[in-house]
Design a protein around this ligand. Sequence first.
Ligand SMILES: Nc1ncnc2c1ncn2[C@@H]1O[C@H](COP(=O)(O)OP(=O)(O)OP(=O)(O)O)[C@@H](O)[C@H]1O
Ligand SMILES: [Mg+2]
Length: 218
Amino acid sequence: MSASVTDFDTQTFLTDLATEKVGRRFAGGFERIAREMPHLDTQRRQCEEWARTFSRETDKGLYLSGKTGSSKTALAAAIVIDLVSRGFGVEFSNVADLLADVRASYDSDDVATEHEIVEEAAGVDLLVLDDLGAEKITEHSIGILERIIDRRYRALKPIVITSNLDGDALYSEMGDFLNGQRLVSRLCEMVEGVALPARDMRVKKQTTKKEDHAGPRT
Ligand SMILES: Nc1ncnc2c1ncn2[C@@H]1O[C@H](COP(=O)(O)OP(=O)(O)OP(=O)(O)O)[C@@H](O)[C@H]1O
Ligand SMILES: [Mg+2]
């Protein structure tokens, strides 16, 4: 077997793996964001540069905040695609789903245990937590997230977070819980903020489609 065939197979495998992690909607990565969302050029470049210079020595992560539809998940997914395609171990988890998986582990022996879920999230090269703050917050749920984040904090491992809440709003939501204070305090040292412009791209696309359909106004 020639080296080029092996390389091609490996690359295809990694690209498929990345798409499976983020979902087909987000498969376009940075290229598509650059093409379709020029208003995000500054934030896209910041994320792209962060991904380009990523190594196992990287300790500072990113906190992507903005209103619903502002493309937080799209940017986080583009980072995941980039890193998985280069062979890094990345976990991309919606926070509510992660917590639901932990709850499911209490009722069944056939799924991953809480310990296994925490170990996996704590150990990968990059952990992406999508939609932090959208889940129902309890001392127990924050405790699980805080354990994961504290493990990564101590090991100097980076995290990328997306949230509808900026740092102050996150503290307001979580600060009443002891584990919430511990979590937000650690995040302050672990991430750099990327604030996205308040434009709901889902609504924008529908409006543009309707305008195209109606044809040019005379
Ligand atoms: N790679 C991409 N390039 C361009 N557009 C994309 C890409 N991936 C997703 N989109 C589109 O970007 C828009 C923004 O979606 P996204 O889910 O990222 O918003 P969000 O900020 O995460 O919203 P929410 O807070 O509701 O989760 C959607 O219309 C989506 O289809
Ligand atoms: Mg999202």
